[in-house]
Design a protein around this ligand. Structure first.
Ligand code: RP5
Length: 173
């Protein structure tokens, strides 16, 4: 699998989603995976959404991460238009704190799934995309394994320190 052309499409309903969605792009690029980042709205630019989703698989995109807030139909609309796996990121809103986005994305009726991560959890969306890509790519698989090991080592180090100094001193430090 070539890592030079975009393997993951990161689509967001508005550029106001970028401060959250950029975490997905940053994580994927840290793993050496190229991304295609677009602002495409399911309701404001439905024709663009349709054309992009219909062409994504043919262009070599393997996974789509779609973030939106409010009545967040973008991930579901993209999922309806392509067989590629779609990961939805509910973006936090000022009115309903992202619960609106979460419910809009997570409750897809049977037949067209959207794998939904937590509110604003764009990094987890990227990690899930990497795990999907790793199934067919040994290089990405090794990087995911290394990331997990580093994460586990970090927890073990903190626990060792906690055991050494005791929880009361640890809490003060
Ligand atoms: C959604 O509406 C976007 O995904 C964004 O989260 C939300 C607010 O959009 P703007 O106010 O930035 O246009 O379509």
């Amino acid at each position: 699998m070539s890592l030079n052309h975009p393997l993951v499409g990161i689509i967001m309903g508005s550029d106001s989603d970028l401060p959250i969605m950029k975490e997905a792009a940053e994580t994927l690029e840290e793993f050496g995976v190229s991304v295609e980042v677009r602002v495409i709205s399911a309701h404001r630019t439905p024709d663009v959404a349709l054309a992009w989703a219909r062409g994504a698989k043919g262009r070599g995109i393997k996974v789509i991460i779609a973030g939106a807030g409010g009545a967040a139909h973008l991930p579901g609309v993209l999922a309806a238009l392509t067989p590629l796996p779609v990961i939805g990121v509910p973006v936090k809103t000022s009115t309903l704190s992202g619960v609106d986005s979460l419910y809009s994305i997570v409750q897809m009726p049977p037949g067209v799934p959207v794998a939904t991560v937590g509110i604003n959890a764009a990094k987890n969306a990227a990690l899930l995309a990497l795990q999907i890509l790793a199934l067919g790519d040994q290089e990405i698989d090794a990087k995911v394994e290394a990331f997990r090991q580093k994460q586990a080592d970090s927890v073990a180090q903190r626990d060792a320190k906690l055991q050494e100094v005791g929880w009361k001193n640890y809490a003060k430090s």
